[in-house]
Design a protein around this ligand. Sequence first.
Ligand code: SAM
Length: 283
Amino acid sequence: MASSLARIVALFFPIPLTSDMQGHTPRRRFGQNFLADPHYIRRIIDAVDPRPGEALVEIGPGLGALTADLIARVGHLHAVEIDRDLAARLRERFNAAQLSLFEGDALHFDFARLSAALSAPLRIVGNLPYNISSPLLFHLAADTASLRDLHVMLQKEVVARMTAAPSTPDYGRLSVMLQAKFAITRLLVVPPGAFTPAPKVDSAVARLTPLGAQAPQLDNEPLFARLVSAAFAQRRKTLRNALAACCAPDDLRAAGIDPQARGENLAVEDFVRLTHEVSKVRD
Ligand code: SAM
């Protein structure tokens, strides 16, 4: 009887209205899928391995699934949360000695300024809202000097694109733009059942470590970004055609690139060489 009642309730309320979410109704527009499985929470915290006194920042703490354990290890945590109701709950649960909470959009948050204020490169952690994952990663990649590392949970497919090698189906703009700045490793896969409400797809946690001195020297980042975008705008086009508006076939040859190749065949270093070549021609 009790179980058939539960089934009827589940039918009408597919998102469980349980104490898991402490009465909070998840907001789809903020990508709210809350981690609920202690096994995965522990594995993520262990992967981050926070140490006391580090400049640790959580993006989107939500109901605090990771927050409490991060604070327990680091002492003091910084966090950015866009949802006003969740921010109010977090302020009730954690005191100012434990948590500095910035209420607002992580896409507009000045991470470099926080790093300067703390005189330390930031460690960023986040079970990221999937609807803004790429722009958020680009925002963070804009200034890697203020970052020590990132541990982010994203859709598994997005992590596959971030880590893909040239000439594979997942290789694209996201792979090139992020691999030009970070060493990226997939650490673990997290199934939908680990979240409330459950997303439709698997998730994965990735570690991104800035390449620092190993990063390719890019004097003209906007041009690099334009060339990469154009090369992947229509994947099946040859570079001769895809890049016709940016450079001539001779520029491609001068960079050691076959104009008949496609964007997906070029490694990050090829795009870097091409950027230098096109910059020279324009100067
Ligand atoms: N960290 C929690 C967890 O693992 O259960 C929540 C993760 S939930 C996938 C994403 C969180 O990011 C939510 O708390 C959401 O309100 C917050 N969020 C969404 N968009 C945001 C933005 N632009 N800036 C900051 N936080 C955002």
